[in-house]
Design a protein around this ligand. Structure first.
Ligand code: 13P
Length: 246
């Protein structure tokens, strides 16, 4: 399988012109560009090789839900993917597993491919591997609740240890061999519990051009979810190059 390179721009860049310029520079095969929602159309209009993704979607299609964006809205402006359950939404906006599960269900129903983020917090990480595994399997079980087996195949899991995200402030760095061990565990769990033959699992957390190879070299990792480094086209293109050489 070709590796996925997901650019999660988060709340950046500052205006649509900068977003369009950045998108043109990152418009490569295997790349999924996830800009802020208001830029989806403009970015979608200029990319030819990359795919378009959103950073969130609400669970209702339409109705009195001020400020939300539905999976059908996202789809109608050309997005094929949606990131759900990112730790910044879980932590800053108190988005819980039930809400995330509803979003997963609605997005799949609309035909979007879901990138479901999971990952332990600093406290669980410090309590050790057993707690980390409990934390992330709980997130998967709750996120997957009531989803039909045939739809589960349209979900990629993004394992992002919260403390390893560049802006988390923990000051800690993840070791690739540690995350690879957890990704192996996630894949085994998805195979055994959900009978998924080829579970797709990405890694995210401070990926840059210096460490990308250590992750992308491993066949277990189906791609990477990149925050900070995806805002710097030069840096991001170095990562693309590393990925294409794999
Ligand atoms: P960084 O690459 O900035 O650590 O962000 C990771 C992330 O949260 C991607 O979704």
């Amino acid at each position: 399988m070709k590796k996925m390179l997901v650019a999660n721009w988060k709340l950046n860049p500052e205006n649509v012109d900068l977003a369009v310029a950045l998108a043109k520079l990152e418009d490569k095969k295997q790349v999924i560009i996830c800009p802020p929602t208001p830029y989806l159309s403009a970015v979608g209009n200029v990319i030819k090789r990359a795919k378009l993704g959103a950073q969130d979607a609400f669970w209702e299609k339409e109705g009195p839900y001020t400020g939300n964006t539905s999976p059908t809205h996202i789809k109608s402006v050309g997005a094929k993917y949606v990131i759900l359950g990112h730790s910044e939404r879980r932590n800053i906006l108190q988005e819980g597993d039930d809400a995330i599960n509803q979003k997963v269900e609605a997005s799949l129903k609309s035909g979007l491919q879901v990138i479901l983020c999971i990952g332990e917090d600093l406290d669980s990480h410090q309590r050790g591997e057993k707690q980390t595994k409990l934390f992330i399997t709980d997130q998967i079980i709750r996120g997957f609740k009531n989803i039909k087996w045939k739809d589960l195949r349209n979900i990629a899991i993004a394992y992002e240890p919260v403390w390893a995200i560049s802006t988390s402030g923990s000051g800690l760095k993840d070791a690739p061999e540690e995350s690879i061990k957890i990704i192996q565990f996630i894949k085994d769990f998805l195979r055994e519990r959900y009978m998924l033959k080829k579970p797709v699992v990405l890694y995210g957390g401070s990926i840059n051009s210096k460490n990308a190879e250590n992750y992308l070299i491993n066949d277990l990792i189906d791609g990477v979810l990149i925050g900070g480094a995806s805002l710097d086209a030069k840096e991001f293109n170095k990562i693309i190059k590393i990925c294409l050489e794999r």
